[in-house]
Design a protein around this ligand. Sequence first.
Ligand code: SF4
Length: 327
Amino acid sequence: MTVQTEEAGIRERILQLRQLCGKQEDGLKGELWVCEDGMGALYQARSAGFCFGVQRAVDTVYEQIDAGAFPIYTYGPIIHNEIVVEDLRKKGVQVIQSPEELSQIHEGKVVIRSHGVGRQIYDRIRQNGLSVVDATCPFVKKIHRIVEEKGREGYEIVIIGSASHPEVEGIRGWSVNEVTIIETQQDALEFTPRTNKPLCIVSQTTFNLKKFHKFVEIIEKLSYHECAVLNTICNATEERQTEARSIARLADCMIVIGGKHSSNTQKLYEICQKECSNTYFVQAFDDLNLRLVPFRGIVGISAGASTPHILIEEVSNLCRKRILSRC
Ligand code: SF4
């Protein structure tokens, strides 16, 4: 490819990106920055960073600190982000890691994070004389109610999601009967109902939408049971995934920012990687190898639901400086 053709290709893609950003409906609504010569652009996804549920949970802990309501505990780290968790630790918030640890504590408040917990954890907190500050995301709370009610109505519960994820453990903890968890296509293919009751299928809120539909299709084909399928994937996840996919299709380099234990960041990374082979997963700006960020072309930035805005800004500023350094 000649230099002229390559340059024309870059200009064409940047123009396409500008048009997408200018569209009223279905357009990209994030921040677009294009350098003066039109050969370098950076797009920062609007959906990058804290979702409503995470913001609410983090705010709840800071409100408890401001109210001086110590001792304050969170059941598990409030979000999958070490920087935020460390800041809270310095301010005196302690993390309870397990039900065993919880049973040793008899004074204070326990904040339930956005992932939620099973019914037994609420019972244990109250039995120990502790108060509950419930920051479970309302969308997760809704799944708890569905699972509990459908279980009582006689449905067999199937959760599509990652078995080891705390949100899924919490959802499982609201079922009155045994639950089956489907994490992979293989699990779906091997699924055998435990009973001959109708099935109720729900999803982890951060599960990949395409995979959810695929697994449901497999289960419905295999099973002779009546199925109540409830797509409980949260819009915030869908929006973030759709926006990241659209930008990754045009980008020369994608940067996905988030904690290494954040499953939604990991999924975002997988989606971007499929569309753009130069996709990098970074936890913070000092993880970013700037030599891998191209001077020319489009750089896209997205971030998981537990990534603080300040980290996104730091990475974004660094990338802009890198692109500008060519001019
Ligand atoms: S991703 Fe959705 S369900 Fe999960 S915490 Fe955020 S808003 Fe709530």
